[in-house]
Design a binder for this molecule. Structure first.
Ligand SMILES: *Cc1c(COP(=O)(O)O)cnc(C)c1O
Length: 349
């Protein structure tokens, strides 16, 4: 790997701080949601590190993500697949892989195929409409559970609401349903994602199920000042050229770029082929504690207008100011960060 290649460096200390802080905040165990390459932080590194620090549950969205974790051959961890999967071989072959049941039909289908209920988490939907057993099926669900005396690995729901009162309402209805179904039938109970962890108690739950907040990517409205950001996107300047010597910057004619007073352009080894969207053109980078604008992004490289202080080999940080990047890109940080692909190495430091 080249010295000037970009990396996402993830602070072990800050991840661990968030992990312990959240556990203590709600007095519950954590299901670490590590989908989308652990929100860009590197799924393998994060799972290895958190499991060494006592985390027993990891959640992903896809079967291929569960397979990545299986390859690490870590003992005594459970992997929950949050979305319904079509092929159940992986469940039959690995007893530590669990799946969330996202509809009544799914439940019947999996029971029919002989999947153990000890690998299933029932999910109840209180109006989110994306995933979960619908309220209209709750009566049938109760009958089925009683009739077959079913015991499951888990029971869960999703607190989707942006509104506090609605969150409280979901919490209340979930708790009622838990009583009606019988809490002795479920080994673990979980409800709160990151927003839910900040906003509601979830007293009757055993686990919290969070992603963004664990990595320190907070959302407006659910901000906790004790949570620490963990990632840095860092690289080095490949070279610096005089603009006067150039006709083009990257693929762009230099007249088309707003060069202003700048006379130099620096090149870096990061482009949209790495998942660094062309829409990031215009955001600021940090070189030697000064801000410089990224003016052009191509597939493998990007170009930054710099002054005489910037030299080949200098350190550069991208997405330093998350708020500015979110405003510029008009998507949340967890979206643009999880888009950075595996051409960029992740390193725990
Ligand atoms: C992604 C996801 C989470 C984690 O959400 P955050 O807001 O990142 O904490 C929790 N539960 C389910 C079902 C999810 O799909």
């Amino acid at each position: 790997m080249g010295l000037k290649d970009f990396k996402i460096k993830v602070s072990k200390e800050n991840i661990l701080h968030n992990y312990h802080y959240l556990k203590k905040l709600r007095n519950k165990e954590i299901i670490a949601v590590v989908k989308a390459n652990a929100y860009g932080h590197g799924i393998e590194n994060i799972v290895r590190f958190l499991s060494e620090n006592g985390c027993k549950y990891f959640a992903v969205a896809r079967e291929c993500e569960a397979e990545k974790i299986l390859k690490l051959k870590i003992e005594n961890i459970n992997i929950i697949i949050l979305e319904t999967i079509d092929e159940i071989e992986i469940l039959k072959n690995n007893k530590n892989i669990h799946m969330v049941i996202n509809s009544f039909k799914d439940l019947l289908n999996l029971l029919d195929k002989g999947v153990s209920t000890q690998q299933l988490h029932l999910k109840l939907d209180f109006g989110f409409g994306r995933n979960g057993i619908l309220e209209k099926d709750f009566f049938k669900l109760k009958e089925l559970i009683r009739e077959k005396n079913l015991k499951f690995k888990g029971l869960c729901t999703h607190v989707f609401a942006a509104d506090y009162d609605d969150m409280i309402l979901i919490e209340k209805r979930f708790s009622q349903m838990l009583k009606e179904l019988g809490d002795e039938r479920f080994e673990i109970i979980h409800m709160q994602n990151s927003a839910g962890v900040i906003s509601i108690e979830g007293e009757f739950c055993t686990h919290i199920r969070c992603g963004t907040i664990l990595f320190g990517l907070q959302e407006i409205g659910y901000y906790d000042p004790c949570i620490k950001r963990a990632f840095k996107l860092n690289g080095r300047i490949l070279d610096v050229k005089d603009i006067d010597d150039l006709k083009y910057i990257g693929y762009e004619k230099k007249e088309n770029l707003n060069i202003g007073k700048y006379r130099k352009v620096a090149k870096i080894r990061l482009g949209y082929g790495d998942g660094f969207s062309k829409r990031s053109e215009g955001i600021m980078s940090i070189i030697n504690n000064k801000k410089f604008k990224i003016v052009h992004i191509s597939m493998d490289s990007s170009f930054i207008l710099v002054d005489d202080s910037v030299k080949e080999g200098d350190n550069i940080e991208i997405f330093h100011d998350l708020e500015e990047s979110i405003n510029h890109l008009k998507v949340p940080h967890y979206e643009f960060l999880s888009c950075i692909n595996d051409r960029i190495k992740r390193e725990l430091i």
